[in-house]
Design a protein around this ligand. Structure first.
Ligand code: BTN
Length: 321
């Protein structure tokens, strides 16, 4: 039995007897009880009262493939093959292992929980169940790897557009592609490449986005924020967010393939979290002031000795303390 089948029955917030749950799911009452214990172990709060049964203490925001598809433009959804999992090691790793034979031009993987979520520069990405979005998209981009400069910045712009459309206020982009609110990390993007050096490049674009993450998640090693904290009145629903992010990203990538990074440079610059801010590079330790990006999306650092150009994937930036 999948955890989500049980949670989906409970998601109406009403009381359900163990017997009814067992009947609906076609399993024994003991199996229901074991699964309830497991989801409770993952942090879902379930109330139990003798004679009434079980009900969720707080509403949960379940991922649902049909709702995600319904939220996409219909022409776009026909190009996609979508997998939604309760748990996977990493949605990026999953798509990196898949062959390109689904017959659809874009493969998408979404998981409720990742057991080995990965971040940039070999870091882990905290991926608790039921709270956030872990989304990866595998697709081919014309022009080979040489045409990929700026790609991660374009994805950052698309992500920001989707979130602003749904009600996020005050977000900024930290080069190369973190989304921040009040200098705390809301989302990160990990792009992995697969395939040939020439012709079409196959890329896997992974997005981790904090939606309902709560303070009980202490494993995160940097200041973070969730959508619920950043814009509490927007009524964030993971299925709507996933659909909006897929639609904005795939739309932006079509324009990027045709027009290149120039189509996104100004928009990225308008959201630059580090512009005019004193910063230090890692691991080189250069110090200076953020001065925006160049034509290709490399970050410009104004130092005492002149301008330094920082390229994606080599250097991360930290605020000076
Ligand atoms: C970063 O370090 O800022 C990038 C984080 C990217 C996390 C996402 S979650 C979905 C996808 N699957 C992964 O294992 N990582 C990316």
């Amino acid at each position: 039995m999948k955890d989500n089948a049980l949670l989906s029955l409970l998601s109406d917030g009403e009381w359900h007897s163990g017997e009814d749950l067992a009947r609906s799911l076609g399993v024994s009452r003991t199996a229901v009880w074991k699964h309830l214990n497991r989801v409770m172990g993952q942090g879902v709060r379930v109330e139990r009262v003798r004679g009434k049964g079980y009900r969720l203490v707080e509403t949960i925001d379940l991922l649902d493939k049909e709702i995600i598809i319904a939220g996409l433009p219909s022409l776009m959804s026909k190009r996609l093959s979508i997998d939604v999992f309760d748990a996977v090691d990493s949605t990026n790793a999953y798509l990196m292992q898949q062959s390109d034979d689904s017959g659809r031009s874009v493969r998408i993987c979404i998981a409720d929980r990742q057991t080995e979520g990965r971040g940039r520069r070999g870091r882990a990405w905290s991926s608790p169940a039921g709270e956030n979005i872990y989304l990866s998209m595998a697709l081919r981009l014309a022009g080979g790897f040489a045409a990929l400069e700026g790609l991660s910045l374009v994805v950052g712009v698309a992500l920001l557009r989707a979130l602003e459309r749904l009600g996020l206020k005050g977000a900024a982009l930290k080069w190369p592609n973190d989304v921040l609110v009040d200098a705390r990390k809301l989302a990160g993007i990990l792009i992995e490449l697969k395939g040939e050096l020439e012709g079409a490049a196959r890329v896997v674009i992974g997005i981790g986005l904090n939606v309902h993450m709560s303070d009980r998640d202490k494993q995160v090693d940097q200041p973070w924020v969730s959508l619920d904290q950043a814009s509490p009145d927007a009524g964030w629903k993971r299925n709507d967010i996933v659909a909006a992010v897929i639609a904005e990203t795939l739309g932006a990538l079509e324009v990027f393939e045709q027009e290149g990074f120039a189509a996104y440079r100004d928009e990225w610059q308008r959201h630059d979290a580090l512009l005019g801010i004193a910063i230090r590079t890692e691991p080189d330790g250069d110090e200076g002031v953020g001065a925006g990006i160049d034509q290709a999306g490399a970050y410009l650092l104004k130092t005492a000795k002149g301008q330094k150009v920082l390229r994606a994937g080599e250097i991360s930036i930290r605020r000076q303390t």
